[in-house]
Design a protein around this ligand. Structure first.
Ligand SMILES: C[S@@+](CC[C@H](N)C(=O)[O-])C[C@H]1O[C@@H](n2cnc3c(N)ncnc32)[C@H](O)[C@@H]1O
Length: 270
């Protein structure tokens, strides 16, 4: 049973991404770059061709479409919590793809029924990683795989520490560590095939460009301890000043700690 706080958070995530569905693709530069690296990892890992594949947290379906090109014979589903994202995907992506409204923490698939799962920058919105990996392990067919990328704790550290100079609210979402992620995957019995960690930095001329981009992506802060209502101009000035400490010749940096991971469900030895 999901707690009321968790339910409220999920609804906030779904609403935020639904509102962003029409702007998402135009600002998703990091998401494209990171998802493409994940596709390269899949190719390098020499994984089997799946008959049934699911893109979890598919958003506007950009990578679901790409997967359809890579695996022309596979039955491919895109699953997302946000109805607005799915409506966008349905209207813009390949007609042979199937779209499912749902929560990747309550997957609507039977045991041993899916050969591969892909999830790009969606897992960081999930609450219970041990349960997620257990579910994935149960649903995958033996030899099946999960390719994922997600964010680590130092993501947006410039924004987090700048806000910390202004007030005590939580302004930036918190992210799980690499150790936690690895422990949860291994605990569920999934075998690590590939792992990569890197920091990707984007640069902006002004802080407003970064905050505008986060809003257009739907990547809102959904913590219960977030500040409610509009931010006062005096706070925004203080934030801007604090962020200027990080300025480089390329502009204001926004860092993303990214983990790419390919996991496999072992084939039982008879
Ligand atoms: C940053 S977007 C990534 C979208 C897409 N994978 C891409 O790379 O462009 C995150 C997506 O995850 C979805 N999401 C967040 N939590 C989810 C959950 N629990 N179950 C399913 N989808 C979820 C959001 O609605 C959003 O569409």
């Amino acid at each position: 049973m999901m707690s009321p706080v968790c339910e409220r958070k999920k609804q906030a995530v779904a609403d935020s991404f639904s509102r962003a569905a029409d702007t998402y693709d135009s600002v998703a530069q990091l998401q494209r770059q990171v998802g493409e690296i994940l596709q390269q990892h899949i190719a390098q890992a020499g994984l089997g061709k799946p008959a049934r594949l699911v893109d979890l947290g598919c958003g506007t379906g950009y990578f679901t479409d790409r997967l359809a090109t890579t695996y022309p014979d596979a039955h491919i589903f895109g699953l997302d919590l946000a109805g607005g994202m799915l409506a966008h995907a349905k209207a813009h992506r390949h007609p042979r793809l199937q779209w499912l409204g749902g929560d990747m923490e309550q997957l609507p698939f039977a045991a041993h029924s899916v050969d591969a799962m892909f999830t790009s920058l969606a897992l960081q919105w999930c609450e219970d990683l041990p349960a997620f990996f257990r579910d994935v392990h149960s649903i995958l067919t033996p030899g099946g795989w999960l390719a994922l990328c997600t964010l680590g704790p130092s993501t947006l550290h410039e924004l987090r520490s700048s806000w910390a100079q202004v007030d005590d609210y939580v302004h930036v979402n918190q992210f799980d560590s690499a150790e936690h992620l690895r422990r949860c995957a291994a605990g569920a019995g999934l075998v690590e095939v590939q792992w990569r960690t890197d920091t990707v930095q984007l640069h902006y001329a002004r802080l407003g460009e970064l905050t505008h981009e986060l809003k257009a992506l739907g990547a809102h802060n959904v913590n219960e301890a977030r500040a409610q209502g509009l931010t006062a101009p005096s706070k925004l000035r203080a934030l801007t000043q604090a962020y200027e400490r990080f300025r480089t010749p390329s502009g204001l940096p926004a860092s993303y700690e990214v983990y790419w991971l390919v996991l496999k469900k072992a084939v039982p030895v008879l």
